[in-house]
Design a protein around this ligand. Sequence first.
Ligand code: IPE
Ligand code: IPE
Ligand code: MG
Length: 243
Amino acid sequence: MQNLYYDIDTKKIPSHIAIIMDGNGRWAKSRFMPRTFGHKAGVETIRKVVKEASRLGIKYITLYAFSTENWKRPKEEVNTLMGLLVSYLKKELQELDENNVRIRTIGDIDGLPKVCIDELDESKEKTKNNDGLVLSLALNYGGRADIVDAVKNISNQVKDGNIEVEDIDEILISKTLSTKDIVDPDLVIRTSGEQRLSNFLLWEVAYSEFYYTDVHWPDFDEKELQKAIFDYQQRDRRFGGVK
Ligand code: IPE
Ligand code: IPE
Ligand code: MG
């Protein structure tokens, strides 16, 4: 494969990489610019990373774009983030579709502004038959909220007599979460130095590998993605067993 900056084993590419895109604000601040400037720059990184992930043969990419806690931010910043989502999809949909990317979402999409819902619906509909990279956008997403929804859903199935309490197992819970059609992440990347999950994919990361970098999201690029994958490939995943 061309343009490899690290000695990546192209036969051992992780299937699913989940990314906590952090540091847009700090990146902007270091340039004496408003936080929203950082978010705009961050969209460029999404473009690069999605393209590179697709090229490397990664099957699933999940991007944490807006958490259930991010509503606490100033209204203007929230509006900018929602606007960037719409403009990203408007601009990129054609190319994403041509690159065989399927767009899906996790999180409570109904809680987003209507323009976002409409744009997301169109993007999902247009790319629904693509069988290349699956790009999941985590929007108004919280890992705990997702588990609460699953518990309610399963409780209703029991109440309606469709399943017995004894039928509840890990597989059923996995199949009831919003990540139901995708494998658990092999690798979770968080940029910008913070080493926490911030309510991302709590159930799904039980055996994921974690990679933290001090690089702010707007400075993350193809080379940084390859570095994370190379680092991941040096790990020994034991899943509780012995070698
Ligand atoms: C990540 O960058 C973008 C979102 C959370 C939407 P931040 O906005 O969190 O940037 P910092 O952490 O304040 O630098
Ligand atoms: C996590 O980043 C959420 C997203 C990347 C969308 P935050 O910047 O919101 O997380 P905290 O507040 O530092 O934990
Ligand atoms: Mg942050």
